[in-house]
Design a binder for this molecule. Structure first.
Ligand SMILES: C[S@@+](CC[C@H](N)C(=O)[O-])C[C@H]1O[C@@H](n2cnc3c(N)ncnc32)[C@H](O)[C@@H]1O
Length: 198
């Protein structure tokens, strides 16, 4: 566990905005996210920003079978670590901002949930939008986008992105304390006319 923290810290020192956290999420935060995956869903569950795998472990522990779980990680070192650790899970080296294209070669064209640990607040607005659009292009109707934040408010602009969303939990046992948000696509949102990243 300590070696994972050290690795994340070293990667954070190299590029703080891309990694977004100096230490892995706590088990409590990971479990709070995993609990929001609809238990009745049977389709793929896509995890964004797998990092050192704490959320991956929580998703498996919450009953998402390894053959339904797809983890996307952009950092090659963390991608290698996840592949070694979760050899029965599909772990993809790629960028969440081009999620549809990234997952196509793996035969994934839909998702029952997207679970994101991405440092969404440190991203440019256009990148944030691209990640949300790409995720909802895969998500089945009524399927959730789950995101944690260290901030006090919604990390995604619901009005601009055509989303509904509520905070579903606050986890004090995390460094720093975090909130978990659950988003759905607003019924009238037209993804095709929503624009694309700059
Ligand atoms: C805050 S860490 C979270 C790691 C882990 N899931 C956790 O909760 O401890 C964010 C992770 O997202 C990854 N990441 C950042 N931007 C990304 C992107 N555009 N696509 C895929 N992964 C990304 C980083 O490399 C890092 O591993």
């Amino acid at each position: 566990m300590r070696s994972q923290s050290n690795l994340l810290f070293k990667l954070w020192l190299k590029d703080p905005l891309k990694i977004g956290a100096i230490t892995p999420s706590s088990r409590q935060l990971a479990e709070a996210m995993a609990r929001l995956v609809p238990p009745e869903a049977t389709g793929p569950v896509v995890e964004l920003g797998g990092g050192t795998g704490v959320v991956t472990r929580a998703l498996l522990g919450a009953g998402v079978s390894a053959d339904r779980l797809i983890v996307v990680e952009r950092d090659p070192t963390l991608h290698g670590l996840l592949r070694d650790r979760y050899s029965d899970v599909t772990v993809v080296l790629g960028d969440a901002a081009t999620l549809v294209e990234t997952l196509r070669p793996h035969g994934i064209d839909r998702a029952s949930a997207v679970v994101s640990s991405l440092p969404i607040l440190s991203m440019r607005k256009s990148v944030r939008r691209a990640i949300v659009e790409q995720s909802f292009a895969l998500l089945e109707p009524e399927a959730p986008f789950i995101q944690f934040t260290y901030g006090l408010f919604s990390p995604l602009s619901r009005r601009e992105l055509g989303l509904t969303g509520q905070v579903k939990g606050r986890v004090l046992n995390n460094l720093p304390p975090a909130s978990v948000w659950l988003y759905h696509r607003h019924g009238t949102f037209d993804m095709a006319s929503a624009g694309h990243p700059a």
